[in-house]
Design a binder for this molecule. Sequence first.
Ligand code: NAD
Length: 492
Amino acid sequence: MTVTENPPAIRTSRPEIRPGQLFIAGQWREAADGGRLDVLDPATGQAVTTIAAGTAEDVDAAVTAARAAFPAWRDTPARQRGRILQRVSTLIRERADEIAAVESLDVGKPIALSRVVDVQTIADVYEYYAALTHTLAGEHRTVGLPAHAYTSREPLGVVAAITPFNFPLILSSSKLAPALAAGNVVVHKPAEDTPLSALVMAEILTDAGVPAGVVNVVTGLGGVAGEALLRHPGVDKVAFTGSTAVGRHAAAAAGEGLKAVTMELGGNAAQIVFEDADVDQAIGSAIKAFVFNTGQFCMGGPRLLVARPLYETVVGILSQAVGGVPVGDPFDEATVVGPMTAEKHRAKVEEFVRVAREDGGRIVTGGDRLDGDGFFHQPTVIADLPNDSRVVQEEIFGPVLTVQPFDTEDEAVEMANSTAYGLAAGLQTRDVARAHRVAGRLEAGIVWVNDWAMLDPAMPFGGVKASGFGREYGPEGLDAYTRTKSVLISLA
Ligand code: NAD
């Protein structure tokens, strides 16, 4: 199978990207030592541009700029901050096609997906937190003292936003929008493989009226720029999204500095298909859950647990349906599955497929990389693996679905909860009581019933267990960037 097998459809042209610089104190500048990194197009494997490789010195400059900007931004009336964030949302919608093209070029995600999901989501997120600036409030408390007592909510100060490669726009907006709404200032370190949309967002934030120094972007390597940011004494909060391994390290480093933390880490969600499920709907949902963003989706559903009477039927339908999912150039409007973002991620998927074969897995469809340029891998379905296989237990983070049978509701819940992770989970059933019962028993920060990946800025998400702690989105996402002060005024 080759990438060119899909019928040609309407194709958007690839954007020209100029070399990226750091954005510090409202100015574009080179890294202190002039270092640069290549940025690759995952569909071709070729470099499309370079970015500045920020150093500890650059991080220090960014944190210093943010600290200097903090008092004025904190003291800007919340409604005015809200107006600026609303303008950010408007500018995102105006530049939607351009932003989507940058994200697709950088991540390799299908252009239709970038446009409809990523760009719309961030416009909604900025709009949502613009509105929530009206809700920032403390409260009067009744106390047993002769005192007028109230609480107020204050911003934390300088936020280090460290984001992963897979949803650069969405996972930076889920930090920047609430942080700015609450009056914080930000130093953003995007992933080294997908830094481009963060630079476009710096322009948009500036055009919308975010003052110089309030948002700074330091591109560069995690072990250099990221590490310096984690450890900088001028940072008050670390908002990290990424792998569990780096998250553990980041949480420890932040802990040493007694910084506030939010940790959004890895996932390995189960989708449970009960015997009473609508099978067509369950299969549509199952496919969406593992091919979405080429499986590079922390809240993807790579483990399909199917009631034994439906098992072979579901495996059979999946083998047909998944084989027909259009894989190809992200700039082809018909593409559903693009390349993986980097060769190292594809190599990891290939290693998992090799282990699956060793562990007795039946490769129902897919199982190989695609010939030709770019980091493509076939959507792959693997049946019959034992639950203790590494392929079931670990996060694959690619277009791979394992399918396993279960016999009872208890067994399904036990299997779903059997990995170290707890980010998302889902179930398919027509039985309302079972839906509530099982949703309550699943160890996950978000549970979907009869669909997958229903996300909205008003609904918080985040992990339990090795998937981390803290919540993004919703009012909880705003609370995560404030602290409470108690004020008591003597009436005596
Ligand atoms: P990663 O952990 O490799 O990198 C995440 C970020 O951390 C990047 O910006 C990277 O440069 C930086 N980093 C790396 N080493 C660092 C260090 N020593 N100090 C400071 N920063 C450092 O993750 P990734 O491969 O980019 O993303 C994939 C992972 O992210 C998956 O595990 C996925 O499940 C997870 N993820 C979680 C969520 C969520 O909401 N829970 C969302 C998306 C992705």
